[in-house]
Design a protein around this ligand. Structure first.
Ligand code: UT7
Length: 338
C-alpha cells in the first residue's frame, strides 16, 4: 500500500495595506452596500510597490516551515501555483527556493487559476506517496492588484493580494490526503482571462491603453459554473475518499463570493458554520485564497487530528478541484514549539 502524505505545517502572509470598500468608492462608481450585498467582501490587502508574488510566497513559506519545524535545507521540492508570477521566467518557485535557503530542493511553478492550491497539493502529495520525496513545500501566492483593471468596477472591487503555504510530509496510509478530483473545462477559458502579454498577443502601447494587460471576467457566467460545478467535483472527491458530506468537519473553499460559499454549502448539505469564510477580510486572492482560509481556521484552533477537511476550488481555466484530507496536525497554539 502507498504511504500517505499529510500537511505538517501551515503559514500565510498578507500585505499590510488595507483597501476598504469605502476607499474604492473614491476610485470607481461603486458602493460599500453593492460590494457587500453582491460579494460579502469588506476589504482586501494590496501589495506594496516593491512586493512581488515571490515576496509574499517567501513569507508564507517561512511561516509554514516554522510551524512544521522543518528546516529549509530538508525540503526536496518547492511548488508555487500562481496566476501572477514575478515574471515569465525564472519560475517564481525558483526565486522562493533560493530565498528560503532550500538548497536541496527542486522547484517549479504551476498555473491552475483559483483552483491552484488544490492542484499543487495533489501534485506535491504524489511526490511523497511515490516514495521519491520526504518534504514538499506547496505555496499559492498572488498579486492580483497588479493585473486588475482599476477602471472596471465589475472586477477591480473583487480582488486582493496574499499567499498561503503548507509543508507536506509522509504519513501512514489512511491519514493526510485521502483523495482528490481535478477538472478542466478549457472551453470556458475565455470567461476569465488575461489576454495580453503572452505569446498569443504581444503587448503594444495601444493594447495596454485598452487594458489588455489586465484580467477580464464574465462574473455572472463563472458564478453559474461554480455553483453547479462545486458540488459535483466535491462529491467525486468525497466518494473516492469513502466519506460523506456529513462527515466533513470543515470546508476550505475558494473565496470568491460569500453567495457562492453559501450556495455550495446548501447544495452539499453542509451547515454554514463548517464553511470557512475569509472573503470579507481578504477578497478574492485567487489561488492564495484556499491556503489563506486554511491558515485562518488552523490558527483559530479550529482543526483537530482526525477531522475530515474538504478543499474545493474553481477558477480560471475553467478549472475545478476538490481534495479530502484527514487532518493530522494538533490544533495550533501560540505555544506550539517552532
Ligand atoms: O475567482 C474565480 C472566479 N471568479 C468568480 O468566482 C466570480 C464569480 N462571480 C461573482 O462573484 C459575481 O457574478 C460578481 C460579484 C462578479 C457580480 O455579481 P452579480 O450579482 O452577478 O452582478 P452582475 O454582474 O449581474 O451585475 C449586476 C449589476 C449590473 O448593473 P445593471 O446592468 O443591472 O444595471 C452591473 O453593472 O451590478 C452592476 N455592477 C456594479 N454596481 C456597483 C457590477 N459591478 C458593480 C460594482 N458596483 N462594483
Amino acid at each position: 500500500m502507498l504511504r500517505g502524505a499529510t500537511i505538517c505545517g501551515v503559514g500565510s502572509y498578507v500585505p499590510e495595506r488595507v483597501l476598504t470598500n469605502t476607499d474604492l468608492e473614491e476610485m470607481v462608481d461603486t458602493s460599500d452596500e453593492w460590494i457587500v450585498n453582491h460579494t460579502g467582501i469588506k476589504q482586501r490587502r494590496i501589495a506594496a510597490a516593491d512586493q512581488a508574488s515571490s515576496d509574499l510566497a517567501i513569507m508564507a513559506g517561512q511561516r509554514a516551515l516554522q510551524d512544521a519545524a522543518v528546516r529549509p535545507e530538508d525540503l526536496n521540492l518547492v511548488i508555487v501555483n500562481t496566476l501572477t508570477p514575478d515574471m515569465f521566467f525564472p519560475a517564481t518557485a525558483c526565486l522562493v527556493q533560493d530565498a528560503l535557503g532550500a538548497t536541496n530542493a527542486g522547484a517549479f511553478d504551476m498555473s491552475s487559476g483559483c483552483t491552484g492550491f488544490i492542484y499543487a497539493l495533489a501534485a506535491g502529495a504524489n511526490f511523497i506517496r511515490s516514495n521519491d520525496y520526504e518534504y514538499v513545500l506547496v505555496i499559492s501566492a498572488e498579486t492580483l492588484s497588479r493585473i486588475a483593471n482599476w477602471t472596471d468596477r465589475s472586477t477591480c472591487v473583487l480582488f486582493g493580494d496574499g499567499a498561503g503555504a503548507a509543508v507536506l510530509k509522509p504519513c501512514p496510509p489512511g491519514g493526510g490526503l485521502l483523495s482528490y478530483a481535478l477538472d478542466s473545462h478549457g472551453e470556458h477559458g475565455d470567461l476569465l482571462i488575461l489576454p495580453g502579454g503572452g505569446s498569443r498577443l504581444r503587448l503594444t502601447p495601444q493594447l495596454i491603453a485598452e487594458h489588455k494587460d489586465c484580467l477580464e471576467m464574465e462574473g455572472h457566467e463563472i458564478f453559474k459554473l461554480a455553483v453547479r460545478g462545486i458540488p459535483q467535483v466535491a462529491e467525486v472527491a468525497l466518494d473516492k475518499a469513502g466519506v460523506s458530506a456529513s462527515d466533513v468537519a470543515a470546508v476550505v473553499m475558494h473565496q470568491a463570493n460569500k453567495r457562492i460559499l453559501d450556495a455550495a454549502g446548501q447544495r452539499l448539505g453542509i451547515p454554514n458554520e463548517r464553511i470557512v469564510c475569509t472573503v470579507d477580510k481578504y477578497g478574492n486572492t485567487s489561488a492564495a485564497s484556499v491556503p489563506l482560509a486554511l491558515d485562518d481556521i488552523y490558527r483559530r484552533g479550529g482543526l483537530h487530528p482526525g477531522d475530515i477537511v474538504l478543499f474545493v476550488g474553481f477558477g480560471a481555466g475553467f478549472t475545478l478541484g476538490a481534495a479530502v484530507v484527514r487532518w493530522t496536525l494538533e490544533p495550533f497554539t501560540t505555544n506550539t514549539p517552532a
